[in-house]
Design a protein around this ligand. Sequence first.
Ligand SMILES: *Cc1c(COP(=O)(O)O)cnc(C)c1O
Length: 359
Amino acid sequence: MPDTSSDLSVDSQLVALGRPPREPGVAIGPPVEFTSTYVADGAHDYGRTSNATWRAFEETLGALEHGSALAFASGMAAISAALALTPPGGLVVAPRHAYNGAGALLARLEELGAVRVHRVDVCDTEALLSAVDGAALVYMESPTNPMLEVADLPAVFARAREVGAVSVCDNTFSTPLLQRPLDLGADVVLHSATKYLSGHSDLLMGATVTANDEIHDRLHTERTLRGGIPGPMETWLALRGMRTLHLRMRRACDSAATLAERLREHPAVSRVRYPGCGAIIAIEPHGDTGTATAVEHAVRLWLPSTSLGGVESMLERRRRHELEPMSVPEHLLRLSVGIEDVDDLWHDLDRALRVAQAG
Ligand SMILES: *Cc1c(COP(=O)(O)O)cnc(C)c1O
């Protein structure tokens, strides 16, 4: 067995990391440490500052993303801590179609005068790079949720570095198996661990990862002071889910590629957005909002639910949320492909699309 975790492939790291020391009679997995406080003068002090179960999760995710991780109560708690890296009144550059919670939080911070926000089309590299010139913080998502637009991340992060802006990248859609933003030059990676990392749609959690010690300390301070900490049970479940991330991701990505290809030929579908990897697809059925809603009602295997990244396939008309930007088409359906049999998924979707079309 290789003796450093960096000698291991990602598949083995997912299984081997975050475990207690290999000693006779010691459990092979981390315990769930249910405690609010610790006996003084040791490695842990108070339960809002650290917890051994968080460490096991953080060690594993940190190794995968090539930095040090911090576990948060939700993806939004992690995003909130990362946005707090912006100096007062500083300019944040963000995708016009960022995750709607992140977009709404930025609008809220803007309203309160805490930050200024410049929203850009991330596909327009020239406009994006010139926006970065005046930024204090660059907030990236690629592919974006739910429009699946792809940004030239290395160019953006390089420009951010040149102008002294902190760059942050939400890597929820890709996971470290498909994309490692820190290797592409980002300062901070964000995750909604609610999605692929935990993978079973049974908890909410988030994380930050950075290779910059000063930023890590600042994020840790934000977590401790704002109190956006995860419960030990959720953290334990998230790590347990991560043990199979590679298997789930590979399966979901393969099925998504197959479904995207078939959907492109489907008579009831006018547009398919699929960036060529990952397990999220966005489709626009022919017809109107009613047709898209009818698809949500007609599926039997796919779940009509607002999340993604679980073993269960889900779909949703995103514009049913008030927070969703108006530039997202009304009838766009976001598909999160799970790990069911791909032909079962296809038959269910094909039937639902035909039923909805028939009205
Ligand atoms: C769900 C999601 C979030 C928010 O995460 P929560 O765990 O729900 O707080 C952030 N970014 C992306 C891309 C998401 O899909």
